[in-house]
Every structure is written in structure tokens, then in C-alpha cells.
Design a protein around this ligand. Structure first.
Ligand SMILES: [Fe+2]
Length: 418
């Protein structure tokens, strides 16, 4: 288009008026709205800035702006809508990935919960037992990330007063994490009565996650090609599965073991020794009566990599005494004897670690729980169950399942008639 032809009538005319070929200073940004434009063209530093009124038709305006008949810009005309959509989705995905990798794993929350015994069992102090519950630290010697978490825990627990410090296992992802585990315990105030723990499957074994899918496929067929057929709980998802093998395998992955292939062992004896030096007592299928109360804490070895013996652990517990059961894996609820406990504290699920809107946790690592039971507090008969989301991760991302510490108070039952 010849810019000169746009000139209709100058409002002022001077020596510095545009000459042929000098309309290339036209600012397209001034052509955005309407047909009548004010055209400010500084042709010379020392000349007055002359103003011309030019009249531009819509077609001419579109030509100057490089638009086609449909009003799209030249750039828009060359970019397919699917490409724009793909770019938007990719950008949103990158932002979400950055959040899941770099923000949420360090967003350590302090959560509080008070529960009351559902059975009239005597032996708790009137004010109850105050418990600080942590779990699944999964330290592996990634100093920057782990020190950041330790600092968050230190802030969340500073000046807190509690009777019991409980860790429900998966201290380590591998032995290189031991130093930071000890630093974590050094950062937490001392409990009034004591610190107790059970070990998790990762404390025993190092897993090779790169072969997780292959390993899961092998274990799936080793179990008869059926999802979760070892489950005994009436809510096991496997009992309702009646579709083909691939669907069964998908359910197996989502509800069962996607831990990767065991590729080595951790120095679990060294972990125990080091933490016992910090005053932590490991309860391997055994119980202790809490000082100054008639309540018991019982710990059970890990269901996957340990040698759990719940009956053995409970044998020294008075049947009518308030009882807290520690089990890394919450699938312990399937054992009838677990009903003797008033409170079960567990971890292992990481709350799913990735929790999607509407779908919930992507992967729960349990055979006995529904997706809504993968974290938090719920009841199983007369037993309170609390499943901790953990402080660490197996794969270092979290989405919708932030790490936390929990201050839990266990109160005596309400007096009958109250
Ligand atoms: Fe874990």
C-alpha cells in the first residue's frame, strides 16, 4: 500500500510536512481502533511536529496491519490453532512440573488433630497424650533438599511440647541419608516421655526405580496375573476386578507395588544404632508401657520387607489398656488383632504423592485402603487410624499432597452419661 495515498487533508501544513516516501514512520499501533487517526510524524529534530488527519478504511487498515480478511494477524494466520493450544498446555505443564518439583516438597505443614478413645479404657492422663507424628523422610543424602526440609520441620516444631515423638518408618531412601536423619532428630524438641519408631520397607531395601515397570509386570504374573489377589480386606479393590489382564495390571500398579526392583540393602542395623543413640526406641514386634500411664505403644515390623508379628507384639499388652499401634504400612488394618488398638499410626502411602482433582491420589501403595483412606484420619471399627503423608518422597515430586508434621492429641473416652 502507498502510505501517501492515505493522506486526505493535513490540518497544518509546514516546511516539515511529509514528502513522498517519508510516510514510513507510520506507527501501526496508532491504527488499532477506528478509521480516523491522528498521525504524528517527527520528520526532523528541529522541525515542528506536524499533525495530519488521515482517513483509513477498514480494508486499508488491515493491509497496513498485515491482517487478512478474517482479521487475523499475519502471525496468527501462520500458526495453527492446535499449535497455540499445544504451546499453552506445554507452558502450563512446565509450570505445574516446576511447582511439583521445587515448591510443594518443601511446603511442610503443621497439622493438628485431636481424637478421643472410642472405648472406655482407663490409663490415659486426663489431658490426654500429646504426640508428634512424623514419617517417610526418605533421606538419601540430597543435602540441599533435605536440609531445607529439616529447617522447615525445625520451625514447625520449635517450642512445641509433646509426650511422644513417633516416626513410622522409611527414614532412609539409602544409607547416604543417615546423617540428615540424625540432623532431623537433633532439630526437634525432646519429647516428655519418649521417642518410638518402626522401620519401613525403604529402610531395609534400596529400590531401582528405572526398572519399576518391568519388575511390577514380573511380580504381577508371579502372583497369578491378578491384581491384589493376596488381599484379605473386604474393601480390596481386587475383589471387584473382573476385566482383562491389562486392566488388572493397571489396577495392580495403581493399588499395589510400584516400588521398583530391589537392587541392594540398607544398613538397617546402623540406622537403629545411630537413632538409639539419640534416644529413639525401635519397636520390632514388641510393646512398651508408657511411663506415668497405663497406656501402651506397640510397634510392628514392616509388612513388605520385615517379619511382622502382630500377635507377638500384643502379647504383653493388657487387653483393656489404651493402645497405640505403630505400623509403617496401613494395610495392617486387615489383621483382626489390629482392632485391639485404639489408635493406629502409619505412613507408607505418601498420601498418593500426586493427587489429581476429581481422581484423587494417583497411586496409594496399599492393597487394603480406598483412595480416600490414603492419608489423614479415619475410623476402622473402634480404632482411629491416622495415615501420614510423609516428609519425603520416593520420586522427588509432590502435587496436592504436601509434606507435614502432625500434632495429635489422644484423649480419654468421654465419661459415660456425659
Ligand atoms: Fe515411604
Amino acid at each position: 500500500m502507498e502510505g501517501r495515498s492515505l493522506l486526505e487533508k493535513p490540518e497544518t501544513v509546514s516546511e516539515a510536512a511529509p514528502r513522498p516516501g517519508q510516510t514510513d514512520c507510520l506507527d501501526l499501533g496508532q491504527l488499532a481502533n477506528g478509521q480516523l487517526l491522528r498521525y504524528d510524524c517527527p520528520f526532523a529534530q528541529d522541525a515542528p511536529r506536524d499533525v495530519f488527519t488521515i482517513k483509513v478504511s477498514r480494508r486499508e487498515r488491515d493491509e497496513v496491519a498485515g491482517r487478512g480478511d478474517n482479521g487475523r494477524t499475519a502471525v496468527g494466520r501462520g500458526m495453527a490453532p492446535w499449535l497455540v493450544g499445544f504451546g499453552a498446555v506445554a507452558g502450563a505443564g512446565a509450570a505445574l512440573g516446576g511447582y511439583a518439583l521445587l515448591y510443594e516438597p518443601f511446603d511442610v505443614r503443621a497439622e493438628r488433630l485431636t481424637v478421643r478413645l472410642m472405648r472406655d479404657r482407663r490409663g490415659l492422663p486426663d489431658e490426654g497424650l500429646r504426640i508428634l507424628h512424623i514419617s517417610d523422610t526418605h533421606f538419601r543424602g540430597a543435602d540441599r533438599r533435605e536440609r531445607a526440609k529439616i529447617e522447615q520441620v525445625r520451625r514447625a516444631t520449635a517450642d512445641a511440647q509433646f509426650d511422644l515423638l513417633i516416626h513410622t518408618g522409611d527414614f532412609l531412601h539409602n544409607d547416604e541419608g543417615l546423617e540428615n536423619v540424625l540432623a532431623l532428630f537433633d532439630s526437634i524438641p525432646r519429647p516428655r516421655i519418649g521417642a518410638f519408631a518402626v522401620t519401613g520397607n525403604h529402610d531395609h531395601v534400596v529400590y531401582e526405580m528405572r526398572r519399576a515397570l518391568h519388575y511390577s509386570w514380573r511380580t504381577f504374573w508371579a502372583r497369578g496375573g491378578k491384581c491384589c489377589d493376596g488381599a484379605t480386606g473386604k474393601r480390596a479393590l481386587a475383589r471387584r476386578a473382573r476385566l482383562g489382564s491389562l486392566l488388572q495390571f493397571a489396577r495392580y500398579l495403581l493399588n499395589n507395588r510400584f516400588d521398583g526392583e530391589p537392587s541392594g540393602v540398607n544398613d538397617i542395623a546402623g540406622l537403629r544404632r545411630a537413632l538409639e543413640g539419640r534416644g529413639v526406641r525401635f519397636l520390632d514386634n514388641r510393646a512398651v508401657r508408657l511411663e506415668g500411664t497405663d497406656a501402651y505403644v506397640v510397634g510392628i515390623e514392616d509388612l513388605l520387607q520385615g517379619e511382622p508379628d502382630l500377635q507377638g507384639g500384643l502379647q504383653d499388652v493388657r487387653p483393656d489398656a489404651p493402645t497405640i499401634l505403630l505400623s509403617h504400612n496401613p494395610d495392617i488394618i486387615a489383621a483382626p488383632a489390629a482392632g485391639q488398638a485404639d489408635l493406629i499410626l502409619a505412613g507408607h502411602t505418601h498420601g498418593g504423592q500426586i493427587v489429581l482433582p476429581l481422581l484423587g491420589p494417583v497411586y496409594t501403595q496399599t492393597e487394603q485402603l480406598t483412595r480416600s483412606e490414603a492419608s489423614g484420619h479415619w475410623r476402622h471399627g473402634k480404632t482411629h487410624v491416622y495415615v501420614h503423608r510423609g516428609l519425603g518422597e520416593s520420586i522427588p515430586i509432590r502435587l496436592g499432597s504436601p509434606p507435614h508434621v502432625t500434632f495429635l492429641t489422644l484423649l480419654p473416652a468421654r465419661p459415660s452419661g456425659a
